[in-house]
Design a protein around this ligand. Structure first.
Ligand SMILES: [Fe+2]
Length: 495
């Protein structure tokens, strides 16, 4: 809901409020390590979903004179409605946090995405529909997937619009500037409601590729031109009904990595979606390669079991070998337990995820081998438009978020710069009790946001890509905390 009182108060007082905020907390000497008090931690996950317009925000440090951009981050918000609180982080309704920053100043705008679900529930004043991990009292468990769509995973500026993305239903189109929700995207005739996942990827030509997975084992493959016009949409019956969150473009192919977190059809429609999923480690981690030319499956195999959310850049060699750096978990506890525990202020364990390299030659069995020797990583990002080229051109730096067990945060607290061949190049550890959200490379820089649990405010900061270890070169602080978000992308403005 709009909160005009709070919004107008903040808009009017942002400059004054910021004047009273010391930029020091981000960069002060580290406090002694220790656990974050539960209430402090909980406050991060209960930030209100206020729709804010904060203008005239100060930019501290040295923001580059030739850089102006908007960082759009999407993520779950509005975790509580009508007295009911969701039980899993992924349940909240999507909210865009748009940070517009240039040499002359910064502003922040946040808006909830007016999905069909949110519109109906706000009109009723209570939850009516199941969410990913919650089945609110009285909710219709058998609703169609797109009716449940909270559009809460990713925000992608594309072809003049902003796409707000979930994974089991339609993309929502928003105005890039006002963040007004324009409605669900229907890419073509009879395609309304087909799943369009939260992780589309560009290839070198600027073509946008994506997939969607339905509950019955059908894989929808999407090819959209840089002009936003659909080129092809093909449905492949692959017999995989489970949780697949991401994919990769590897030169001439699309790579799908399917963890054995599988749907039990008997439970589907009677429980929250998460509670209809079974971890079946014996099934292994399934790999499928699809030819971009004709959208057919050209290769399939299985490697020892892992759970996977995110793939990093992928490439292929002249012999048809496919390579991809993948963040892997030993099991699905991260989604089945830990991301629900967060909502109850139960500090998550440090993730046990690794960065592994998938090596898949056409002649031999595929394998996963260590890529970097760091445990507890996620959110791998590289320059999107440099991916998919194959060969040496596919090389480059990535950034990863690391949950360092030596830090007083059970969540991501360290930023890593990683080179495919040389491993970890640089790292920057945030002060204790600062939680970092996903960071991403933008040209010669790396940008990201986070929340300071001690003082209860969100911030954005910018690093030189080759100087991450030196800390942020510029930053913007808010007088409030925003709900912790998921994925972000940038739109570059002319200076
Ligand atoms: Fe994701």
């Amino acid at each position: 809901m709009m909160t005009p009182t709070r919004r107008s108060f903040l808009a009017g007082s942002a400059a004054a409020a910021l004047g009273s905020l010391k930029p020091a907390p981000l960069f002060a000497a580290d406090t002694p390590a220790g656990s974050i008090p539960a209430e402090e931690w909980r406050s991060i996950w209960t930030a209100p979903a206020d729709e804010l317009d904060l203008d005239g925000l100060a930019v501290h440090g040295r923001w580059p004179a030739d850089l102006a951009l908007t960082l759009y981050r999407n993520g779950p918000a509005l975790h509580t409605m009508g007295g009911y609180r969701y039980r899993h982080w992924f349940d909240g309704d999507g909210m865009i946090r748009a940070w517009t920053i240039g040499p002359l100043g910064a502003r922040l705008r946040t808006r909830l995405i007016r999905t069909a679900k949110l519109t109906a529930e706000q009109a009723a004043g209570r939850r009516l529909l199941p969410a990913f991990g919650s089945l609110p009292p009285g909710a219709r468990a058998d609703a169609m997937a797109d009716a449940l769509n909270p559009a809460n995973i990713n925000a992608l500026p594309f072809a003049g619009s902003l796409l707000a993305l979930w994974e089991a239903g339609s993309a929502y189109r928003l105005d890039q500037d006002t963040l007004e929700t324009l409605g669900p995207v229907v890419w073509g005739k009879d395609m309304a409601g087909l799943p369009f996942s939260g992780h589309p990827h560009f290839d070198r030509a600027g073509t946008l590729w994506n997939f969607g997975l339905d509950y019955t084992g059908r894989l929808v493959v999407w090819e959209v031109g840089a002009d936003g016009v659909l080129r092809r949409c093909k449905v492949l019956n692959i017999g995989y009904a489970g949780l697949m969150h991401d994919f990769a473009v590897a030169g001439r192919h699309l790579l799908f990595v399917m963890p054995p977190l599988l749907i039990d059809r008997d439970r589907l429609g009677r429980r929250a979606f998460l509670d209809a999923l079974d971890w079946r480690p014996d099934a292994g981690l399934r790999l499928i390669l699809v030819d971009k030319a004709d959208l057919t499956v050209v290769r399939q195999t299985v490697v020892p079991t892992r759970f996977v959310f995110h793939l990093n850049t992928a490439w292929e060699d002249a012999d048809g070998g496919v390579f991809c750096d993948v963040v892997t978990f030993p099991d699905a506890d991260i989604v089945q337990r830990d991301l629900a525990a967060i909502m109850d202020a139960d500090l998550p364990r440090h993730p046990r995820s690794k960065f592994e390299r998938l090596v898949w030659s056409p002649a031999g069995p595929a394998r996963l081998e260590p890529s970097i020797d760091v445990v507890g990583v996620e959110f791998p990002r590289w320059a999107e438009r440099a991916e998919g080229g194959g060969g040496p051109d596919g090389t480059g730096r990535s950034v990863l978020m690391h949950s360092d067990t030596k830090r007083a945060s059970g969540w991501f607290n360290t930023l890593l710069s990683v080179d495919r061949e040389r491993g970890v190049l640089q790292r920057w550890a945030a002060p204790d009790r600062v939680l970092l959200e996903e960071h991403l490379p933008v040209g010669r820089y790396v940008i990201g946001t986070g929340v300071d649990a001690t003082s209860g405010h969100s911030f954005l900061h910018l690093f030189a890509a080759d100087g991450i270890a030196d800390g942020p070169i510029a930053w913007v602080e808010l007088p409030v905390a925003l709900p912790v978000g998921l994925h972000a992308n940038v739109r570059i403005h002319q200076v």
